[in-house]
Design a protein around this ligand. Structure first.
Ligand code: DON
Length: 559
């Protein structure tokens, strides 16, 4: 009996130290994981035809614009982080910009109050789109196949039609009232669209065809540009031809930092993703978190306290680096972060009301989607792209076949007043003409021992950063497989509101009681789905394991 107990003990210990066997799709050369199977297959097919990760990025992005209008787009923006097979890294910012006509108080009434819905619904919420500029920039620098080859599958898909899934059916139903209210009862999405229907996007196919024939200029200075401007202006929005002509995607240096044996490469401002992820990871690094156990009270407590402090800094310091000075090095400095955690004890919560941004002297951004790609050459690409809310501003332009984004809501309309994700902004993220709104998108690539190890990211507004964090920790600290790490229940804290959001019904009663006893507020009711993570893990034998989030229709494809 004693012997048996000992063997069982040994088994438990080894389970904790050994990496779990893969439970997601495994391929040996290349993989694309995205929100829709059509898009993943189109991306993987480009790779099979000899294209690289960047070619696949362009094809996948465009396929999502067709198959996943919920978040995929040509009318929004995004961020790409890449790592080449020789270890070189970089990032592309194709985030939307505020129009030239934007003003600091554009969403406030005469008495200084935020006008409900103005930065949320319809043309007034729309910022200058960056997606088309982004993919052309990627093609110019890294593309190996002709652009026409990369856009053609999306055109074919739009013409052939997309089969509506069960989940898509329910989101369309959920948002239909809002879409009808904003876009009127004659628009394309007013039709009765239901599960298993094949929906053809003819207008969108025409728009994409024009882009294929006329290139980047079609969207920023051609027929499409004029149609977009006329439409936006007829609906009371602000975008002009000059805004479109002036738009440029920008190459940026990613944020890079170490966590134990890992090197994390993530998105820099105007996304808060990389810096905030870095702050949280560096704050928890000194603790032996794997010993506390996955999703145990002590683990949740430590992560929560680090998140609280990091989001307080995020909301104060971060904004568009072309407009505000960002003390990145200091924000990621070991001793600064140690001092941020100095008041932390496992005995009780540090109330958010007593936490502010750190003391740094400086001179002086509901729906998004993520995809991860690894090509047969060993290049990796991590992309998060968005129109902000589900179906963006809910304003559908029939002529172009697109929903307009509502990215303007990612600005801080009024310091101290929460946006749609409950994020409270400050001066650094106030509205200014041509400025990029602060984002939480966190496309991330992780190296282990100098080699490509993980490609990861997710939608989820303010919960993006903490979902990426938990996915990395689940594999590295808690030895889960990629798919298990994505499936695992997630929680989130963002300083304000001062509560721990938890996926409803997925955390044990005991853990919740322990945290409540300590003084933490648990919020299982009001929580949105916390992320839809799409990730790829390079396993020790070089094979690739997918983590495709079953919270959505997310799927992997590869070979
Ligand atoms: O850039 C951002 O942080 C937001 N616009 C992302 C929106 C998002 O993730 C919506 N998904 N649930």
């Amino acid at each position: 009996m004693r012997k048996l107990i000992f063997i069982l003990f040994l088994l438990t210990v080894s389970c904790k130290t050994k990496m779990a066997a893969p439970s997601g799709m495994v391929t040996h050369k290349a993989m694309v994981v995205s929100a829709r199977s059509e898009a993943s297959k189109i991306g993987a097919n480009i790779l099979a035809r000899g294209g690289n990760a960047f070619d696949a990025m362009i094809a996948t992005e465009l396929a999502l614009a067709v198959a996943y209008p919920y978040a995929g787009n040509i009318s929004g923006g995004g961020f790409m982080v890449y790592r080449l097979n020789d270890g070189k890294t970089g990032a592309l910012d194709y985030r939307e910009k505020a129009p030239l006509a934007a003003t600091r108080n554009m969403y406030l009434d005469a008495s200084g109050k935020v006008i409900p819905g103005k930065s949320w619904f319809g043309a007034t919420a729309t910022a200058v789109p960056g997606t088309i500029a982004g993919i052309f920039e990627v093609h110019k620098k890294f593309g190996s196949l002709p652009f026409s080859t990369l856009i053609q599958p999306a055109i074919d898909l739009a013409q052939k039609g997309v089969i509506i899934t069960h989940k898509q059916d329910s989101t369309i139903k959920y948002y239909k009232k809002q879409i009808l209210k904003v876009s009127g009862s004659n628009n394309f999405f007013a039709k009765d669209i239901k599960e298993k229907d094949t929906v053809r996007f003819t207008q969108l196919a025409n728009t994409l065809e024009r882009i294929k024939n006329n290139g980047r200029d079609e969207f920023y200075n051609g027929t499409t540009a004029r149609l977009l401007v006329n439409f936006v202006q007829s609906k009371g929005g602000y975008i002009t031809m000059e805004d479109l002509q002036k738009y440029e995607a920008k190459w940026r240096d990613p944020v890079e930092f170490r966590y134990k044996k890992l090197k994390i490469i993530s998105m820099s401002p105007p996304s808060s993703g990389g810096i905030t992820l870095g702050q949280i990871m560096k704050m928890i690094e000194p603790y032996n978190i794997s010993k506390y156990g996955h999703n145990q009270a002590k683990t949740i407590q430590l992560i929560t306290e680090a998140e609280r402090r990091a989001y307080a800094d995020r909301n104060y310091f971060l904004g568009d680096p072309d407009f505000v000075e960002i003390p990145t090095a200091k924000l990621l400095d070991k001793s600064y972060l140690k001092s941020r955690m100095s008041g932390f004890t496992f005995k009780q919560p540090t109330l958010s009301s007593s936490v502010s941004h750190g003391n740094i002297e400086i001179v002086e951004s509901d729906e998004t989607t993520h995809y991860s790609i690894v090509d047969p050459f060993g290049n990796a690409v991590s992309v998060t792209t968005t129109v902000n809310g589900a179906y963006g501003s809910k304003l559908y332009c029939d002529e172009l076949g697109i929903f307009l984004n509502n990215e303007m809501d990612d600005f801080s309309s009024k310091p101290g007043t929460p946006n749609m994700f409950g994020l409270i902004g400050a001066k650094a993220n106030r509205i200014e003409p041509e400025k990029r709104m602060l984002s939480s998108m966190t496309p991330t690539i992780v190296e282990k021992n100098g080699k490509l190890w993980m490609v990861v990211g997710t939608p989820g507004g303010s919960t993006i950063i903490t979902s990426v964090l938990q996915t990395i920790l689940n594999v590295y600290e808690f030895k889960m497989s990629m798919q298990e790490a994505v499936n695992a229940p997630r929680f989130h804290h963002q300083w304000l509101p001062d509560d721990i959001k938890m996926e409803p019904g997925r955390f044990s009663k005991k853990v919740k009681e322990e945290l409540t006893k300590l003084g933490y507020k648990i919020n299982e009711h009001n929580s949105r789905i916390i992320g839809k993570v799409d990730a790829i893990l390079v396993r020790r034998n070089g094979s690739l394991e997918a983590g495709a989030d079953k919270r959505g229709d997310d799927t992997a494809a590869g070979f």
